[in-house]
Design a protein around this ligand. Sequence first.
Ligand code: AMP
Length: 404
Amino acid sequence: MATFQSLNFSNKKALVRVDFNVPLDKSFKITDDTRIRAALPTINHILGHGGAVILFSHLGRPEAKLKPDGSIDKEKFTLRHLVPHLSELLGRPVQFCDELRGNKLKSVAGALQAGEVLLMENTRFEAGEEKCDPGLSEEWASLADLYVNDAFGTAHRAHASNVGVSNCFDTSRKSFGFLMAAELTNARKVTDHPQHPFTAVLGGAKVSDKILLIERILDIADQIIIGGGMAYTFIKALGGETGKSLVEAEKIELAKTLLDKAQAKNKLLLLPQDSVIADSFSDSSNTQVCNSHEIPADWMGLDIGPVAREQFRTVLLQAKTILWNGPMGVFEMPSFARGTAFVAQAVADATREGAYSLIGGGDSVAAINQAGLDDEVSYVSTGGGAMLELLEGKQLPGVAAIEG
Ligand code: AMP
């Protein structure tokens, strides 16, 4: 497999799959450009080494939000919305082609000179994209000499733009970009060669979303801290009273199995001893702190309590490797954000003491950003679903297509 820096971009055209799936407001202004910024080092490297760049990406789910007449809403989902901001970030004009196939695209791409950038239209405007259509893949591949995949966010999907196109290039003409390589290196630091003790903090709403992750983590981590809504299914499995907390009744047996597995493997599985409970799912509800196993019938646990916070912090400060996925409570509401903020601070403090910390997963990323601590942890992943699948031990199609 070629590394990105070993590819010779001089006077070559590079087709770069980026993840420009950014949120837009009603007037199509970008509200968060993190994903575009994350791809800039890769793009600038190619331009700086004498190459021309053809960028392509999906944006939203145009195929799921068709117009009343059944056609794609091109006005809403066009990548053209991104051109002004991307030009500004790159400090050079960005050309745009509104055709995804045919002569127009071929001639615009063919005329590109070293240092120039072309942005293609939303890949999902083509039905063959999500079907990994070979004809479409070949047509896109024929536009360039080299292929670079920097779209970690879609690496768990086998689409034409990340898998089909990649298969058209031999291993000496394709590589990951900087972002994708960094995501893989950081995930593998945790999964393949973690320093011990390795503590995983898992939170979020449901056990059902994280079963595979918990099972894998039970194999590789030494301690597992479980917070957030999913803790209550475990507490119920232990015979606790959980009131109206989020409990997945059909997952109680599974939670028992996971608790037994942890015990059999001699792994510490920590649940919050106490909780901040509320009498309704609202930021302005009445709240109190109580033992997580004794939540009154009409109340629900919406955050970890002060004893749990301190206990989780103590365990985190002893760790050499930390993986954090999922908030400790309903952190979107200030009344239930303290546990998550406290854990974020503990992860940052442990990192300062020398631990390696990976923040993987959408909501924990939002939480670490909300706490302003994103620069104080080792790595914050950009890919929610892709990172989750990687941590679960799955082979990602977008990764396999480059690594072979
Ligand atoms: P996930 O996407 O699975 O990581 O879940 C994140 C969501 O879990 C956030 O929107 C939180 O508000 C929610 N959450 C965390 N703790 C709780 C809780 N105790 N009860 C209900 N929802 C929760």
